[in-house]
Design a protein around this ligand. Sequence first.
Ligand SMILES: Cc1ncc(COP(=O)(O)O)c(C=O)c1O
Ligand SMILES: [Zn+2]
Length: 383
Amino acid sequence: MTFVSHVSCPQCGATYGSEGVHNLCEACSGPLLVDYDLDRVRGAVTKEAVAQRAASMWRYRELLPVRDESHVVTLGEGFTPLIPLSERLLLKDEGLNPTGTFKARGASCGISRARELGIKEVALPTAGNAGGAWACYGAAAGIRVHVAMPSDAPEANKLECLYYGADLELVDGLISDAAALVTRGIAEHGWFDAATLKEPYRIEGKKTLGFEIAEQLGWEMPDAIIYPAGGGVGIIGIWRALLQLRDIDWVTGDLPRLIVVQAAGCAPLVKAFDEGAEVSEFWPRAETIAAGLRVPKALGDFLVLRAMRETGGVAVSATDSEILGAMLHLAKGGISAAPEGAATLVAYENLVQAGVLTSRDRVVIINTGSAQKYPDAMRAALR
Ligand SMILES: Cc1ncc(COP(=O)(O)O)c(C=O)c1O
Ligand SMILES: [Zn+2]
């Protein structure tokens, strides 16, 4: 079902065969990305055929990395609604995914490919939601999942890991400290490292956000997409998805401006973007109510910065009080937004105010999760 051609390193250009188990680039330790034989995809499937398929992210299977359909672990992820908030502003509601966040996309794809490769145990550090999603899909696949997360991560994230039968380690620190613990566990037990961008398949699941946005807009590009970035995998995925769609001629024209929002208390990508830097620096004392954005240094920072610069995007930050205000504002319209998702509305409003975006621009904001996973933030918003 797939047209994967190989796996390559965007940092040094090394390429690897698509079969076998991959983690980081052996030459430069950069993240690896999956490439497809797009000429063959163009000849093999049409957008009309895709439109007839089930409403799931797996409808784009030719551009996903799983070879055998029987390995796909699916629980209803993807094809979430694109809800108009006003005439030109649309919200992609990812809270409707299994486990209540867009992390289900990455977990569905990552766990499916791990199953295909015969992997029995995976380990990952997480800010919270990815741990819950991998625990859930691991349970569905019969793959053992080891999760390390900050001890002050949202309660729902700790509980869902245990609930789905994962092994959970709490770390007194941030996702970066959890990562160090996972690395030790991997060296000791030989688990597969499923950390963000340390294997090439999780991002492929998140990429489907880009396919869906284009399809739901009638195969047209919006003018801008606003994404709340922690590690930034979603925005790198959307960028690659839209480039692939353009390469197979399913969409035409300029890519949308890819805009990143981070929390004011942890904004390494915003700082790097403003300084014209190619990589970000470790952000000390990261703190925000948007737990998923508490990523002090992202492995794929150079790709996020490239995606923004090549598309005329920008990076902005939102304060916790702005985020709580936006959560409540969305709730008044019937939308359940995680703090991370609400940050995209803050960014939109501030960018319109600043004249960077205009009310004529068709903009998609991504609500990456539902408010229900954050009872503490809901309570804080009500105060
Ligand atoms: C709800 C939510 N939104 C956004 C993010 C950021 O995702 P990424 O690290 O892929 O940028 C996370 C990450 O944990 C999250 O849980
Ligand atoms: Zn490399």
